[in-house]
Structures are given as C-alpha cells and as structure tokens.
Design a protein around this ligand. Structure first.
Ligand SMILES: [Zn+2]
Length: 442
C-alpha cells in the first residue's frame, strides 16, 4: 500500500527547518507521494504569481522549490495541490499587508468579479459568500465559464513553467459548490420587527470586520421559509440558504443553447429561472453542469501534456459516487474511464473501516481501467479521531476493497511532531503505527 499526504504550504511551513521536518517525517512513516497545497482556498498563491496575489509569507524563501528539491533527493514524488473553485473571501481586497503581500496581481475579487459564480437567488458569491473557512466567508469561481477556465489554465501553466521539476498537478474543488444552511431565529423579543417578517422575505446578515470596523466583512444572505407565531405576531422564523451554482446570465444563456432548453419568457428573475430549471429540466441541467467540469479537466489535461508529457494529473474527489455528479457536477469516475486522470484521491473522511471498504469496492466496480491507482483519503480529527491502534484497520479495509494506497489528511493532523512544534495538542502518536503500516512496504 502506497501512502500519500496532503499538506498546506501557506500555513504549515515558515522556514527551511519546517520543510526538513516534513520530509523527514514522510521518510520515516513511509509517505512518498506529497501533495502540498499552493493556494488552499485563500485566493492567494504560495509563490509569486502574475495572476493572483502572493500569500503573506516570508518573501525571501521559496517553500515549493525547497520541497521539490528535498523530496526528490529522498525519492519522493511532488504533485502540487491547487484548489480550483474555492477562492478566498470578498474582503481579500481590503487585506493588503494583512493576509496577502502587495506583490503580484490584484485579487480576482476586485480585478475579475465576472469570474465568480452566481447562486440560484441571483447573488454573486462575491456579494453573498458562504459562511465557511475564511473570515468574511468564502467565494466560488464559476468553473463552467470559458473566461474563468482560461484563467485556471493560465494558473496551471504558470505553476508548471515556474516549477518544471514537479511530477504532476493535483486538483481540488474541481466542482461546483453545493450545500444548505438553515437557521432558526427567536423573534419573541423582536417587537415591531416581528410583524413584518413574511415567508419568502430575504435577509442579509451584516457583520463588521475586526481589522477595520468601517468594513462589513460578513454579509450573508438567507430566505425566510417558515414563520411561527400567534396572529400577526411572529415568534420564530426559519431561514434557509441554499448554495447552488451557477445561474449567472452567461450560464443561463449557454445552458438554453447547448442543452436545447427554452426558459419561458415570464420567468424574469434569476430565482424564477433557477426554480423553473430545477423543476422542469433538472436532468439536462445536471448533465450540462457536470459536462462543464469535465471540459475543464480535459482542458487542464491537454495543457499539461502539451507542456510536459510526463506530468501526471490527479484529483481529490467527493466520496460518494455517483451522487456527486448531481450534487456538485463532479463525474470523476468518467474522468478516469476516459483517460483524464493518472491517480485519484477520494476524500473518504470520517469513516469507519466497514464504510471505507464498501465505498472503495464501489469505486473499483465503477472504474473500468484495470489497475488504476486509487489512494483513498482518510482524516483524523477531534470529531472523528482514529486511535493510533486503529490506523491499520482503516488501511486494511481500503486494501481489501481494492485500493492501492492511502492519502493522509493532513500532515498537520497526523504528525504529532508538527503539532507540538506549533503548540497544538497531538491528536494521537501515529508515527510508529504509520511506520509499521507503510514504512516497510515502500
Ligand atoms: Zn455561470
């Protein structure tokens, strides 16, 4: 069984010693496939880029360059991990000198607002970000739009030209975003406000940024789906927020043309149009969206092979296939079967051995290419803590189901040495078990 590891260049390494520790840990525990992230959903890059701002790191050093040199000396492969669709927060443009350096390009948030996806209510993700990850929420790129795809291709090309020694490129968030938030609000003390809330109303929640109270860094959108009360006095409202993309004018026009669908004229707002599509032409919509992502993967593959035929392409994918085709437009098994990927790292997080086994067997049945490398991703965390003694059971389950290896999420969780150095409590002492499991099979 082969072992791979995900790591995050922007947050994991501060100096050359950090990188030496990382390489030594990988060598000790038997990891030889390194997937270090160059942007990790921040909208900034871990190196000087002419396309996106540089993350706030010490500019006198080159972490990816060092990782490449030291990993290759130790006979390990390095496939930089690029987060595609998740692109930082809308407040990034205010954070000069705080979260990103002034070197490089302006953030896409200000330079190219047209690259960002629009939700089913008609809000750009720049205006109505999601509540996760970054302060100020997270924005998503419109991965189906040709100009956004062109930007992603340029980014991949820049990475390959800057670091010709890389062994491949590892894609993440290569999909649309999809989830839902529900919020209940107690209105019993709301006085006059409680009378005016109706089902179907929209709410914007605003919050001030700690870095500058003149800036509202949180601006979250919700829709009232239910209200409870007595007479016209509302006691409690239920707010709902669906993150479903992309319903920008460009996508709505292209969907109609390419999928041969005609949205009725009287559907005027984006919300009406998206509702109409999802109630009347959902099948065509699901296929069209998945085709957009597949087209992007195909374009990246073609670009890579043109730059260097030896480069491999891989992806971190959703665990439940084929559900993810409908949910997020990610038909990753079809990418494999049509020869677009060289290995895959499904994100099978938070799962006990039995469940891992059934998922990985399912992949094997769907993947038609014999011997195609599947390195299932496993995560340990406070909420799903894998005991040091249970590591082997997880790895064995994957192996029995036909998996070729494991991808650890992530270096910062599995290495107790790393955690101690960063003054974080170790989750478990995994090194010995990992060494026993992988160290001897290399
Ligand atoms: Zn769009």
């Amino acid at each position: 069984m082969r072992a791979a590891v995900w790591s995050d260049i922007i947050s994991d390494y501060r100096d050359e010693r950090d990188i030496d520790d990382f390489i030594q840990w990988c060598s000790k525990v038997g990891v030889d496939l390194l997937l270090p992230c160059v942007n990790h959903g921040t909208g900034t890059m871990s190196y000087h880029s002419s396309l996106a701002p540089t993350a706030k790191v010490d500019e006198s050093w080159d972490p990816l360059g060092l990782i490449l040199r030291k990993a290759h000396e130790a006979n390990m492969e390095v496939h930089p991990w690029i987060v595609i669709a998740s692109w930082g927060s809308p407040v990034l443009s205010y954070e000069k000198g705080v979260a990103y350096s002034e070197v490089g390009s302006p953030p896409l948030q200000t330079g190219h607002p047209e690259y960002f996806a629009v939700d089913s209510y008609g809000n750009s993700s720049l205006e109505a970000p999601s509540l996760v990850y970054n302060r100020g929420g997270n924005c998503y790129l419109d991965v189906g739009k040709e100009i956004t795809q062109n930007f992603i291709l340029e980014l991949v090309e820049e990475l390959v030209k800057k670091y010709p020694a890389i062994d491949g490129v590892h894609l993440d968030y290569i999909r649309y975003q999809r989830f839902r938030n529900t919020l209940k609000v107690d209105c019993s003390e709301a006085k006059e406000f409680a009378r005016i809330v109706k089902k179907g109303d929209s709410f914007w929640f605003m919050g001030k940024w700690a870095g500058d109270p003149n800036i509202y860094d949180t601006k979250f959108f919700f829709k009232v789906t239910d209200s409870k009360g007595v007479g016209d006095r509302v006691k409690e409202i239920t707010l709902d927020r669906e993150y479903n993309y992309c319903f920008c004018d460009n996508c709505l026009e292209r969907f109609q043309r390419e999928a041969q669908v005609r949205i009725p004229e009287d559907m005027r707002t984006t919300e009406q149009r998206s509702n109409w599509i999802l109630s009347n032409e959902k099948g065509k919509w699901v296929k069209w969206r998945a085709d957009n992502v597949t087209t992007l993967v195909k374009r990246i593959r073609t670009k890579l092979k043109r730059l260097n035929p030896n480069l491999k392409l891989s992806a971190a994918t959703f665990p439940s296939y084929p559900d993810c085709v409908e949910a997020v437009g990610q038909d990753w098994v079809s990418w494999i079967n049509s020869g677009l990927l060289d290995f895959v790292n499904p994100m099978d997080y938070d799962l006990p051995p039995e469940k891992l086994k059934s998922l990985v067997s399912g992949y094997r049945q769907s993947i038609s290419r014999k011997g195609f490398p599947v390195y299932a991703g496993i995560m340990t965390s406070q909420s799903y803590l894998i005991g040091a003694g249970d590591v082997k059971a997880h790895v064995d389950a994957i192996e029995k189901a036909g998996g070729d290896g494991v991808t650890l999420f992530a270096y910062s969780l599995w290495s107790s040495g790393f955690r101690r150095k960063k003054s974080l409590p170790p989750l478990q002492e995994y090194d010995e078990q990992l060494t026993k499991t992988f160290g001897t099979t290399r």
